[in-house]
Ligand binder design. Structure first.
Ligand SMILES: *Cc1c(COP(=O)(O)O)cnc(C)c1O
Length: 398
């Protein structure tokens, strides 16, 4: 039962999970669900991963919080590992994706400001984008349903249609500070941005003194089978936001930047109380221990292949239910022919969790530790769900 004392902001499914083990979630009543939502791409190593549990417990017995008034050794280790394995030189830690984006937006604006261009504060974004729910990030996402009723939209966000280079060129100008894009749109419906488009963005940025910002909150940290999704394109950003998978379930985000792009973020310009706290750093470092292990990314790509092939044959068998399979690695989407919510509901009936997204897509985001056997179990459940939906469509049309 929904509790009346909570804000009514979420339409929750009537499921109450008590514990998790790997790719499984177990309800209070003892029912086992195969979790291919992973807390919306957050539980990157599944539930109760022994290495993460151990890291959190060990840190919990030492120190939880000291504030950023002091040095935090875990921040130094984690930032070094992130920069060693990416384009970036500098990292700012946050507690969430939206805060990582806020930092990215502020970093881009400050960069232009210290370069003598205070008028350059506009950020270009793309239709279908999702960057969070703060006032600035709903302006960046530009979706009417998230902006409505919250007062004037934060100034300085110009949105263009997805993949529309002409519209982009028309809007980039004297006021543009940065272009912000998800290399693969997550909430928007698992829409990968073509490599050529990202290359074109890089060139526009270089030609005009504009910064390129990638939002890898959902697609980053091994989710696509590379440590960062931008590696598939060979295009590197100047700034990048991370969260979700990097914390493996502990609230953690990060804003990465080149030294040049971060040059405006001097002492006192930005801050956070909790960001980079020792508990989050212990878990973030433990996640990195696992995803940086040799063979981990190969595992993600191998399982993805099995899962994707299975999904493609389900699409062929149930064209009235599944229209298209898309995505990369274990960031996959099934574009549905029936309402995506119905497909998610039918899957839940088979005790399989997926996540609805825009463009009538069902997201399949299993923990990256999922085995081929578990992927096949997921496929079997999607098959049953599709059979039932298909049968009820036949009944309706009869
Ligand atoms: C989830 C998400 C965010 C927002 O993250 P929060 O932790 O909910 O603030 C931003 N960008 C993308 C691409 C996301 O998927």
């Amino acid at each position: 039962m929904a509790e009346a004392t909570l804000f009514d902001t979420f339409a929750r499914a009537p499921l109450r999970f008590e514990r998790g083990e790997g790719v499984w979630l177990v309800t209070e009543g003892g029912e086992r669900y195969l979790d291919f939502g992973a807390g919306v791409a957050v539980n990157s190593l599944g539930h109760a991963h022994p290495h993460l549990v151990e890291a959190l417990k060990a840190q919990a017995e030492k120190v939880w919080h000291t504030s950023n008034l002091y040095e935090v050794p875990g921040q130094e280790t984690l930032s070094r590992r992130l920069t060693d394995n990416s384009f970036a030189d500098k990292v700012f830690f946050t507690n969430s994706g939206a805060e990582a984006l806020e930092c990215a937006i502020k970093t881009a604006r400050r960069y232009q400001y210290v370069k003598g261009h205070p008028e350059r504060f506009h950020i270009v974004t793309f239709e279908g984008a999702f960057h969070g729910r703060t006032l600035a990030t709903i302006a960046a996402g530009g979706q009417a349903k998230y902006l409505e009723g919250f007062g004037p939209k934060v100034e300085g966000f110009d949105q263009v249609p997805f993949g529309d280079l002409a519209a982009l060129n028309a809007v980039v100008g004297e006021k543009t500070a940065a272009i912000l894009i998800e290399p693969i749109q997550g909430e928007g419906g698992i829409r990968p941005v073509p490599k050529e488009f990202l290359q074109a963005l890089r060139k526009i940025c270089d030609d005009n003194g504009i910064l390129l910002v990638f939002d890898e909150v959902q697609c980053g940290v091994a989710r696509t089978g590379k440590l960062f999704a931008y590696e598939w394109s060979g295009v590197t950003p100047d700034i990048m936001a991370l969260a979700k998978g990097i914390g493996g379930g502990f609230p953690l985000g990060a804003c990465l930047a080149t030294a040049e792009a971060a040059s405006g973020m001097t002492a006192g310009t930005h801050g956070t109380t909790y960001g980079g706290n020792p508990l989050a750093m212990a878990v973030g470092n433990a996640v990195m221990d696992v995803v940086l292990e040799e063979g981990f990314l190969d595992h993600v790509r191998d399982v993805s292949l099995v899962f994707r092939q299975g999904l493609a044959s389900l699409k062929d068998r149930f064209p009235e239910i599944i229209e298209e399979i898309r995505g990369e690695g274990l960031l996959l989407g099934m574009k549905a022919k029936v309402p995506a919510g119905d497909l998610v509901g039918a899957m839940r009936g088979e005790r399989l969790l997926g996540v609805p997204a825009g463009d009538n897509v069902v997201r399949l985001l299993p923990p990256l530790t999922v085995t081929a056997e578990e992927a096949r179990e997921g496929l079997a459940r999607i098959e049953k769900a599709a059979e039932k939906l298909s049968a009820s469509l036949m009944k309706k049309s009869a």
